[in-house]
Design a protein around this ligand. Sequence first.
Ligand SMILES: [Zn+2]
Length: 323
Amino acid sequence: MLTISIDLGGTYVKTGILHHGSILEHGRIKVKNNLDFDGLLPDITKEVNRLIEASGKSSTLLDGIAIAFPGLVDSDKMKVTMTHKYPTAVDFDFIAWAQDNWNANVALINDARMAGIGEWQAGAGEGARHMAMITLGTGIGSFAVVDGRRLRGNGYRAGNLFGHISLDINGEVCQCGNLGCAESLASSWSLPELVKKDDDLKPLVAEDDSIINFKWLFDLYRQKQPGAIRVAEYCMKVWGMLSINMIHTFDPQVLVLGGGILNSADVIVPFIKKLVVQYSWLNADEIEIEHAFLGEDASIVGGYYLLKEVLTNKKCLASGKLR
Ligand SMILES: [Zn+2]
């Protein structure tokens, strides 16, 4: 089975082509303007063609394209329903795009869900009947499997919106419109404001604030810079409380922490484990807290399993086995 996975992040679009689930080739497109989906689409189309060529396989062998999108997605109609990142993608016809260009199937899903599927099928949550995952990056995403089934809900929100759980009722209005959301308190998009408010960090970014990111912050944290300790520990406390909310909601046996910020997993994972042991309503031996095994490839691998599921359902529907 030849599949392509595309993960539309806020900063980069990650891509990969897989043969029976093994990645043959990776790719990455820098996003110039993350509001402009129409401007990005030709680059994505070009990238799909490049991946097929690099794989050495014929485009006629392509079974489908799995797309992870930062927003709410109707995974039956394969349509984006709500997003703050690429507004013009709402109602874009992904099925026609894949059909017209490569005569291929398409599977569309929220980005945190696609990464979650990867970790559940072939990563830190492999074989788990109860699993939750938090992805920490430009924003915060989440995913949950309860009793062996991944949650969906009425509007595809179930287990998916923990980045927009309110952790501070006196907090600022988030990009989503809610008050004091987890990702408005501690994510890559909200980090610059935290840094600029800290008296010890502020002078370091006075000339160039484009250096601010979590890698930069955790490097300073390891050097015991007082401002970095303050801001990093505040962020980790937010993620720790969020982890406890996930645990209290879904009762997972494995909680997976993924996303680009987890490049500093050596600091973040032990810190969160400590908070969970201290504050959650469970015994430490009832849960495993793991860094995503697949790292940044979680969504690329997840795309393969998602597409496999979509194609199986399609076959069952056609043969009348699934109603
Ligand atoms: Zn929000």
